[in-house]
Design a protein around this ligand. Structure first.
Ligand code: OOG
Ligand code: MG
Length: 262
């Protein structure tokens, strides 16, 4: 079922308010059981328009549900995308305030910074690597607006793929000379290893995920501009965090960094 303009606007406002006020809501498919994927993206793009109208800048995009462990964890089986607003970025030195979020979880990702636009259809790994200025390790903080972090595909797409915050750190490196498939990551919480993984967990190679993003956007006539920050999708399953937690990420050849939750 595709949605009327009015319903899209109503759902976008409802989900964005949940994000801004940090309160959870029931799934959008509870009220619109036949909501299709295209309309779910319409809601996400409407949330994006609402933010831009208020002066928020979109600095990049993210992929989600690109790894087997994430798909299994969330019970959903298709990669999705979301947008990244400027205020989602949390500087490495800053602490993240848990009271401003609902039920945050952290996951290890790889961030690509582009120096040339990427356009689908027909975008491939080679095009992504050629357009990449550098990569950096990243911790994404996801925070589904849905009660108990439970959703289906249309609901999570409408909710901007649970996007909430992210932190990049460590060492920026050009992709040549890096083996992104075998790149190992170790995620620690309060000094204990909570998840490990390698780049190949993301669709076999993290750049495949970025190519898929360009191709998905191409279907809507959109492209990825140069100067974008792109999150590959989690390499590991997501781990819940709470006030007082300290999370650190170590990525092979790309250094390490940590972030605090208060
Ligand atoms: C959806 C967002 C998934 C990823 O990297 O897989 C995501 C969710 O799990 O809430 O960001
Ligand atoms: Mg993610």
């Amino acid at each position: 079922m595709s949605l009327s303009k009015d319903s899209i606007a109503k759902l976008a406002e409802h989900l964005e308010n949940a994000e801004l006020n940090a309160h959870d809501v029931t799934k959008v498919t509870d009220d619109y059981p036949n909501l299709d994927i295209a309309s779910a993206y319409d809601v996400q793009w409407e949330i994006r328009r609402r933010k831009i109208k208020r002066g928020v800048r979109v600095i990049g995009m993210k992929m989600g549900l690109t790894s087997r462990s994430k798909m299994e964890q969330m019970g959903v089986d298709t990669p999705i995308y979301g947008f990244l607003a400027d205020y989602f970025e949390s500087p490495e030195s800053a602490a993240i305030e848990v009271d401003r979020l609902i039920h945050p979880k952290v996951e290890a990702e790889l961030a690509f910074f582009t120096k040339a636009p990427l356009r689908g259809p027909g975008c491939h790994v080679g095009a992504v690597l050629a357009a990449t200025d550098f990569v950096l390790p990243a911790v994404e903080i996801i925070d589904s607006r849905y009660r108990d972090f439970k959703f289906d595909l249309p609901s999570v797409i409408a909710d901007n793929a649970s996007s909430s915050r992210f932190v990049t750190g460590g060492q920026a490196r050009a992709v040549d000379g890096l083996d992104l498939r075998n790149l190992g990551v170790v995620l620690e919480k309060n000094g204990e290893v909570v998840a490990t993984g390698a780049g190949a967990a993301v669709l076999g190679h993290p750049a495949v995920s970025i190519a898929m993003l360009a191709n998905m956007l191409g279907e809507r006539g959109e492209e990825i501009p140069a100067g974008s920050l792109l999150l590959s999708g989690a390499i590991t399953a997501a781990v819940s965090v709470d006030k007082g937690d300290n999370v650190s990420l170590r990525a092979q050849g790309l250094g390490s960094f940590s972030t605090r939750f208060i």
